[in-house]
Design a protein around this ligand. Structure first.
Ligand code: PMP
Length: 425
């Protein structure tokens, strides 16, 4: 039944049935969790060969003693492997530690305090508050990087084809203190949006609007994480940047956190040679070299682009049925009710769900009281504040199929109950 077509009497009946259903869930003592997007144990096990793969053989292309210090920017074969993922050349790659978020944090910190070497002075030296654009809903840890460093966040809408580029361009034209934009261009966290070719092309031109010290933080965390073979591809940002002479405006990031091990993978960044020179100089002040043995392990396990593709198909086999259950519950339970909308992603780790305005916190609270933990409402917005109080991120990778099934039944009931109550009030 459509919510806005129900009579008051029908709504009251509905409320009483849903309350009973909800109380039954509450009494059944559930303890389910649909919060953080991390790989399940089953997915992690897909990479277990990595532990034996070297067999003591540390031979590598450049005949370096990988056990020793050095090689700050990573080993060549690893650069080549992941340059392909980011769509840059191997000379534009840096292989870092185990976390791309750390590389992003450092990039923002270097931008604020140390600057860009021959490319420009620090953002702080310009003397005004530094701001970043945050397409919303977005990834909470991007926001916390900025919040922690004192960078102000300005939001724009994230549409199905990427950020609202009219709004982005307008902001950059009117406010020179905007120095960056967060982008998760393929299977965005949380909506699953894949930026269209036209949006990528416009993003490549931002450097020409904003000036030399502006950086696109292109966090391609889900670059190869499609759920099916026909998922949309992403245009190559660096190629477009070369067309417009804006190579220096792009910082590209990625990692194997959701390819191999989330706690023991490798992280990488792609950027112009001039950016890389400044970045590695600053990085060299905090370390002498990364774990190159882990880099070699990754090269031996994944081998090349085809190897990565085959490996990711194994992940998709584990993940896809989980997404299918989530979507089936949403379609069967909430389709044509006018109570909600949601995304149907073709990759990544999340489904983004919108309640009617004003209900997300209530739904998360109801679900928690019935034993289903959800990411806090508001987490997908800077400062934890979703102005419409409607967005909820659903992360189905970790629970079992049966747990997702049970959790989603509770979730759908909570959404219906909150929506009917709101309509009645
Ligand atoms: N970027 C995005 C968009 C993510 O969703 C995540 C993980 N949730 C990360 C970065 C973290 O990556 P890493 O493990 O490489 O730090």
């Amino acid at each position: 039944m459509q919510l806005d077509q129900a009579t008051t009497e029908q709504l009251r009946d509905w409320e009483s049935t849903l309350t009973q259903e909800y109380q039954q869930f509450k009494a059944s003592g559930l303890n389910l969790d649909l919060t953080r997007g991390k790989p399940s144990a089953e997915q992690l096990s897909l990479s277990d060969a990595i532990n034996e793969i070297l067999g003591g053989d540390l031979s590598n292309e450049s005949n370096t003693d990988l056990r020793n210090y050095g090689g700050l920017d990573g080993i060549p074969e690893c650069k080549r492997l992941f340059a392909n993922v980011l769509g840059v050349s191997a000379e534009e790659m840096l292989i870092g530690g185990n976390s791309s978020l750390t590389l992003m944090y450092m990039a923002a910190q270097f931008g604020l305090h140390q600057g860009f070497g021959e490319l420009g002075a620090s953002w702080n030296s310009e003397g005004s508050t530094v701001k970043f654009i945050a397409p919303v809903p977005g990834y909470d840890r991007h926001f916390s990087v900025c919040e922690h460093l004192g960078i102000e966040l300005v939001t724009v809408a994230l549409n199905d084809d990427g950020p609202d580029m009219d709004a982005v361009e307008q902001l950059l034209k009117s406010d020179p203190s905007i120095k960056g934009i967060w982008c998760v261009p393929r299977f965005s966290n949380p909506t699953g949006a894949v930026y269209s070719d036209a949006v990528v092309d416009r993003i490549a031109q931002l450097g020409n609007i904003a000036g030399g010290n502006f950086r696109v933080f292109w966090d391609n965390a889900y670059a190869v994480h499609s759920l099916s073979d026909d998922a949309p591809e992403l245009a190559n940002l660096m190629t477009s940047c070369r067309k417009y002479g804006t190579e220096n405006s792009a910082y590209l990031f990625g990692s194997t956190s959701k390819i191999t091990y989330a706690g023991a993978g490798v992280a990488f960044a792609g950027m112009s040679k001039a950016n890389l020179k400044a970045f590695t100089h600053h990085l060299g002040m905090s370390q002498i070299g990364p774990d190159k043995i882990n880099q070699l392990r990754h090269v031996r396990l994944l081998k090349d682009a085809d190897g990565i593709k085959e490996h990711m198909q194994q992940h998709a086999k584990v993940l896809k049925p989980r997404f299918d259950i989530v979507l089936k519950h949403l379609r069967d339970g909430l389709g044509n009710t006018g109570m909600a909308s949601w995304t149907e992603p073709q990759g990544g780790y999340f489904v983004s769900f919108d309640t009617l305005p004003g209900l997300a916190k209530e739904v998360v609270k109801l679900a928690a009281e019935a034993g289903v933990k959800l990411t806090p409402a508001g987490a997908t917005f800077p400062y934890g504040k979703d102005p419409a109080n409607s967005n909820i991120r659903i992360a189905p990778s970790v629970p079992s199929l049966d747990e997702i099934d049970r959790a989603m039944a509770v979730f759908v009931t909570c959404v219906k109950l909150a929506s009917v109550k709101q309509r009645l009030s």
